[in-house]
Design a protein around this ligand. Structure first.
Ligand code: PMP
Length: 424
């Protein structure tokens, strides 16, 4: 039990990775999903012989799994600097966590958010009291825009939803400032930590936010586990997110119908057999990152500088930015290349250079369209490069060289659309 619940946290300097695939494949798409940490893989390997269904069995494996699962709630609380009283609900991912929160807010809650949010944060909110405000060009104006929107909200519960880091440009949003404004209006704040959590320590208490959501697969754990961490009152008062076993205390016949007593705690939202192994992996990944922030930051800073310097020297390349002036950012950069279709460039980078980037609108259609237009582009799409722990200086240099060569040669290679994608 001790072995599987307290895996050794590796030294901060070098977080060992499974990079996956060919040795020289340059994965520059960490913002979509980050490859599993070697330490996570080893921990999961050790756990696999022991796992069983949680909360349901007296057997040893079930006890071990239950301990692991419950302890991981503490790991997540620590990882985001949560209050001891904060609830942790395990979900499939960030999308799931935000939909759960949207279903749990009291009726008639006013929701304020920027229309540039990722679709996972933009779309789950319903009703007349949802205000999706255009994101202004400066961080200061963004804070004022939230202030004004909140001032117009009717009486009643209020919630601001904001991302920590943009999945399009990597820029950090002024979360603490927005939270301070929200407090003045009696509003709660939900932080979409999907893109921030893999890059920077988050402190719920320092930021003074009420909820944070994140995904394991962006945090160097495998797919399938995420979390909603935050105040438990709305969650405990809400109808269960899923109806089923695990969410109930008692079910019995009630005349011709059925009587159900749901759990009074947040377990009411975790019906069904949970993803014990995924949750464990998520917890191990969080512990690894938490022990390595200095190394993570130094690695990213160096590579991001190299990348932005390199991209600035590519003719016809325009970087997309939410805010005027230099904003603090994580290692994610989107851009358009004058005269080149993003999907075509991505296909060439993959086929000719062994580089994986993302093209399209990154589940943030409104943001990408607006930023592409602002940069004089005509399309609704862009290219995105995102760095991670497995990225090397060679990957960055290869990308910059490739882009320069593509621009120099022009769009003369023969590529066609196969199954909806450009291919040689
Ligand atoms: N929010 C942001 C900012 C994201 O970047 C993403 C993933 N691209 C999500 C939410 C949704 O995450 P998931 O797909 O893991 O649910």
């Amino acid at each position: 039990l001790e072995r599987v619940t307290t895996p050794a946290v590796t030294a901060a300097a070098a977080v060992p990775l499974v990079t996956g695939g060919e040795r020289d494949y340059a994965n520059l798409d960490h913002a979509a999903s980050a490859p599993c940490l070697e330490a996570v893989r080893r921990a999961v390997d050790e756990f696999l012989p022991h796992y069983a269904s949680v909360h349901r069995g007296a057997g040893f494996a079930s006890q071990v799994s239950t301990k692991v699962y419950e302890r991981t709630r503490d790991v997540l609380r620590r990882f985001v600097g949560a209050r001891p009283s904060d609830a942790v609900v395990f979900t499939r991912n960030t999308t799931d966590a935000l939909n759960l929160l949207a279903r749990s807010v009291p009726r008639h809650t006013s929701v304020v958010l920027f229309d540039t949010e990722h679709h996972a944060a933009l779309l789950p909110w319903r009703g007349p009291n949802v205000r999706r405000i255009p994101l202004p060009n400066t961080r200061l104006a963004a804070v004022s825009a939230v202030d004004s929107a909140l001032a117009e909200c009717p009486e009643g519960p209020r919630l601001v939803v904001v991302t920590g880091a943009s999945n399009v440009t990597g820029e950090l949003l002024p979360v603490a400032e927005i939270a301070a404004v929200a407090r003045r209006h009696g509003a709660r704040v939900a932080l979409d930590g999907a893109q921030l959590a893999p890059h920077r320590p988050i402190s719920v208490r320092e930021l003074d936010v009420d909820y944070v959501v994140l995904s394991g697969h962006k945090l160097y754990a495998p797919f399938g586990a995420g979390a909603l961490i935050g105040r438990g009152d709305w969650l405990r008062a809400a109808d269960p997110y899923l109806a089923g076993g695990g969410a109930t205390k008692l079910v019995r016949r009630d005349g011709d119908g059925i009587g159900v007593a749901w759990h009074s705690g947040v377990e009411r939202h975790e019906a069904g057999s949970p993803n014990t192994v995924g949750v464990y992996a998520l917890g191990v990944a969080c512990e690894q990152l938490a022990a390595s922030w200095d190394a993570v930051a130094a690695h990213e800073r160096e590579l991001l500088e190299r990348l932005t310097r390199g991209l600035a020297a590519v003719p016809g390349l325009a970087e997309l930015r939410l805010f005027d002036g230099a904003a603090e950012r994580v290692g994610t950069v989107s851009f358009v290349l004058d005269g080149f279709e993003p999907g075509w460039v991505a296909a060439v980078l993959s086929a000719e250079y062994g580089i994986g980037v993302r093209d399209g609108a990154f589940c943030a259609h409104i943001a990408v369209r607006r930023l592409v237009e602002r940069n004089g582009g005509e399309g609704k799409q862009a290219l995105r490069v995102s760095l991670g722990l497995g990225t090397t200086t060679e990957h960055v240099d290869r990308l910059v060289t490739a882009l320069r060569q593509i621009v120099a040669r022009g769009a003369r290679w023969t590529y066609g659309v196969v199954d909806g994608r450009w291919a040689p």
